[in-house]
Design a binder for this molecule. Structure first.
Ligand code: GLY
Ligand code: MN
Ligand code: MN
Length: 438
């Protein structure tokens, strides 16, 4: 299951069709990054570059030149090198870039300083996402300045820079059938991993044991990396939103919150489940959990075409505020509490984000200052939570240190929505039943 060559070609064509006449786009690949001394972090391609090429090697530059007769799609990439390939793995080289990846033309990356200024010359607009890569920003300016220095010989430097993100990220926001299929699989693998963590939870085991079970399940299924650092927070660690130490012992009577998702074929899943270490919810845990679940279901019900981005979030705020009042954690009138954002002491993040190649995926949330409408093909997370700080002495002691989040991945469809991550239970009965059977 992967993105077809035809789809990559379509993506580039769509982008080029939106570019101004007489323009050029530059999209650099990611570079390898040192982890320690002479070892590198696992290479992760830049999402924009991968989206347009499917080419998973470092140090490339994609150049799109709509209308260029000698070839509109040009890739600079590492040259073949038998010695380097023997040590570090296969390289496609310029020939492979053309033959296997559908580029019109390709050159060794070493030649870019000689060739690229000629391609930039006389172009009115350069589409380039400035400000994300200092090194490449400097090189782009170097190439442009090289042309400026030749003005007196008749050279015409480019007129202006336009952020490529405006065009490209709007396209990435809408997932195609091929992308949805991959994301469905990423969701299913991640859901199964969460089921396994539930089955393997026992008092006295450590948070990292559950992290290990989850990562093992990802890799076993061909998802070689997590889409982000996994969060496994037992007890009050669940109240630290980005807790990733994952080194404490799991204790009888505590909940454990796991936020983990795999990256499969370049696409992220993002799931959170919260469950009792010993398989049985206490009355307080149950009460807060039911509020979060109700909020999550209310938000998912709002995911449909025509509704705005903010409607699911607003639904979570209403359900959570009401629930906290009913349980006595907030006091006052529901409307006033919402207006005063009193819920933010317990629910301090938003209900979700776009999901795609990046876990917090690209795409605008507002258009002309207003929340945008949901449309088929968009994928988002729905992830409300309640976190009662262990030091919150405004609430009864029994609530303190409980943290609950429930997160699913949801695609907008023509009729409403599809949840990609329902392979792992989230009702109290469903969780207790699965854990009792293990
Ligand atoms: N795992 C990151 C998030 O839920 O946004
Ligand atoms: Mn998320
Ligand atoms: Mn998450």
């Amino acid at each position: 299951m992967n993105i077809s060559k035809a789809e990559y070609s379509r993506r580039r064509k769509n982008l080029m069709a939106m570019m101004e006449p007489n323009s050029i786009a530059l999209v650099p690949a990611a570079r390898e990054c040192t982890r320690s001394r002479d070892t590198e972090y696992t290479f992760r391609q830049d999402s924009d570059f991968l989206y347009l090429t499917g080419f998973d090697e470092p140090d490339g530059v994609l150049v799109l030149i709509p209308g260029r007769r000698a070839g509109q799609v040009v890739l600079f990439c590492r040259d073949r090198d038998p010695e380097m390939e023997l040590w570090n793995g296969y390289r496609a080289g310029p020939e492979g870039a053309v033959a296997e990846f559908g580029m019109d033309d390709a050159f060794p990356i070493e030649d870019i300083d000689d060739i690229l200024p000629g391609l930039l010359e006389s172009k009115q607009h350069i589409y380039y996402s400035m400000g994300h890569n200092d090194d490449f920003d400097r090189r782009v300016m170097g190439w442009v300045n090289q042309i400026r220095r030749q003005i007196r010989t008749g050279a015409k430097p480019p007129g202006d820079f336009t952020d490529l993100a405006f065009l490209l990220h709007e396209q990435r926001l809408f997932k195609t059938a091929q992308e949805l299929k991959i994301m469905r699989r990423a969701g299913a693998i991640s859901a199964e991993a969460h089921c396994r963590a539930m089955r393997e939870s026992r008092e006295g085991r450590y948070e990292y044991h559950l992290e290990g079970a989850i990562l093992h399940e990802f890799v076993e299924n061909g998802a070689r990396a997590a889409a982000y650092n996994s969060i496994v927070g037992g007890g009050q660690n669940a109240c630290v939103l980005h807790y990733t130490e994952n080194r404490d012992k799991l204790r009888d009577g505590d909940l454990v919150l796991i936020d983990a998702g795999c990256e499969y074929q370049g696409y992220a899943a993002d799931i959170t489940r919260t469950f009792p270490v010993n398989g049985r919810f206490s009355p307080e845990q149950r009460a807060l959990y039911e509020v979060v679940l109700k909020a999550q279901l209310a938000a998912i019900a709002k995911v449909k075409p025509g509704n705005t981005w903010n409607q699911p979030h607003d639904a979570t705020v209403r359900v959570i505020t009401r629930g906290l009042v009913e349980l006595g954690l907030l006091k006052g009138n529901e409307k006033d509490l919402i207006k005063a954002e009193a819920y933010k002491d317990f629910y301090m993040h938003r209900a979700g984000h776009w999901l795609g190649m990046d876990v917090h995926d690209v795409g605008d949330y507002r258009i002309d200052g207003r929340w945008r409408q949901l449309e088929p093909g968009m994928v988002l997370t729905i992830e409300p939570g309640i976190y009662v700080s262990p030091t919150n002495n405004k609430v009864a002691k029994k609530w303190r240190g409980i943290g609950v989040r429930i997160e699913d991945d949801v695609a907008v469809t023509a009729e409403g929505c599809e949840v990609f991550t329902d392979g792992v239970p989230k009702t109290i009965e469903g969780i207790e039943k699965l854990m009792a059977a293990s």
